[in-house]
Design a protein around this ligand. Structure first.
Ligand SMILES: *Cc1c(COP(=O)(O)O)cnc(C)c1O
Length: 401
């Protein structure tokens, strides 16, 4: 068997590896609480589940779906953008249905980058952006996200020579993994820059609706003129606890939406139509009380995690949005050694910052998608493990119970 050489550019997928470590530990009889992956633990919005029961009975939906998404689904996405962001979208030319946004992010790169192109990717970031830029033979330029700049990339640091070569610029706020948010002013600067250099601005809005203390994330399309240069990914996964359903949309610049749709018509056939009708129900049947309820649960977990991490003197910032706490590794530990430390001494799995890029070194990511009692137990064990490490009253063995 001879694998394509491009496979050598693909590192093992972070969470697949993390899953394997957890399985190994559990097989060895260890009780592991997984705070690594961001996958909502609460049930899907009930309106979607009810709609799915009805939609599954419709034989029309058992046939191939519309390549670009059912017009009713695309219209529901456009209506959501209107009510949530006050952004007007044409459902047929500016909205495309996706089988989850991950495939859309990946495929967009195949339509907009190749050898000779530069793709501007934040570091740390969701690993999919760079993975596909590498696969298509483009050059990845990493834009550091640093605490001192609020985990926003410094757009002024990008040289004109680099910008002339760039075909795509990725941004993701509320941010995974740092939990940072972007003000509309940052979006204005990014839109202006991309207009000046003819770069496709790619905004991953996976955490559009996860915000605390009343925070509501903006859309890049709220910027005047953004729909000439920007594509945004709006996913139902995190908002409606629908990660398993695989349903999202790409919205924005019509030529980019068209190109992505053309590419995808050679790859898949659009999301299962019954799922699109479940998504329409989620989007259209007064979703805001559900969103509020879910955010209240995450906010409580965030408060518990913040208190515990502060007592361990590891916390940098309390996030306003997203499902994540991004915090420092204990003194003297790298991301890798701290991940190992917390698995072995506390039975708690966390995501190492370096899984998202080299600027993630010295950081760990904790996800708020674990039931309260387990999260609290995990935080308790982490604290005990740290105290043991510092030699205060406890031996490291205590962490093993
Ligand atoms: C979860 C996540 C996604 C994937 O969303 P799907 O719509 O489920 O594919 C994309 N981007 C980021 C940053 C995420 O955290």
């Amino acid at each position: 068997m001879r694998l394509a050489s491009r496979m050598q550019q693909l590192p093992p997928y972070l969470f697949l590896e993390l899953d394997q470590v957890i399985s190994r530990e559990r097989a060895a009889g260890r009780d592991i609480i997984n705070l690594g992956i961001g996958d909502p633990d609460m049930p899907t919005i009930p309106s979607a589940v009810s709609a799915m029961h009805r939609a599954i009975e419709n034989p029309l939906w058992h046939r191939y779906p519309d390549y670009h998404g059912d017009v009713a689904f695309r219209t529901a996405i456009a209506e959501r953008y209107q009510s949530r962001f006050n952004v007007t979208l044409d459902p047929t030319s500016q909205v495309l249905g996706l089988v989850g946004s991950k495939e859309g992010l990946a495929h967009l790169t195949w339509a907009f980058a190749g050898p000779g192109d530069v793709v501007l990717v934040p570091d740390p970031a969701y690993p999919v952006y760079a993975a596909h830029a590498n696969l298509v033979g483009a050059t990845v330029h990493h834009m550091p996200l640093e605490a001192r700049n609020g985990f926003l990339p410094n757009l002024n640091a990008l040289s004109p020579a680099l910008l002339h070569q760039a075909s795509m610029l990725w941004i993701n706020y509320p941010n995974n993994p740092t939990g940072a948010t972007a003000p509309l002013e940052f979006y204005r600067e990014a839109v202006a820059l991309c207009q000046q250099y003819d770069i496709l601005l790619c905004s991953d809005l996976a955490y559009a609706d996860i915000g605390f203390d009343g925070y509501q994330a903006p859309s890049v399309l709220m910027v005047e003129g953004a729909d000439t240069v920007a594509v945004e990914f709006y996913s139902l996964s995190k908002t409606f606890n629908m990660t398993g359903w695989r349903i999202a949309a790409a919205v924005g610049a019509a030529p980019a939406i068209h190109a992505l749709g053309t590419l995808k018509s050679h790859i898949d056939s659009g999301p299962f139509t019954a799922i699109q009708y479940a998504a329409i129900a989620a989007l259209s049947e007064n979703p805001d009380p559900f969103i509020h309820e879910v955010n209240t649960v995450y906010a409580k977990r965030r408060a518990h995690a913040a208190e515990a991490l502060e007592s361990m003197r590891l916390l940098a910032d309390i996030p306003q949005a997203s499902l994540y706490m991004w915090f420092h590794t204990p003194e003297g530990m790298s991301s890798a050694s701290a991940t190992k430390f917390f698995i072995e001494k506390a039975g708690v799995a966390l995501a190492p910052g370096t899984g998202y890029g080299s600027y993630g070194e010295g950081w760990l990511r904790l996800s708020l998608t674990t039931p309260d009692s387990q999260l609290d137990e995990a935080l308790r064990r982490m604290r005990v493990a740290i105290q043991g490490e510092e030699g205060q009253a406890l031996t490291p063995e205590v962490g093993r119970v």
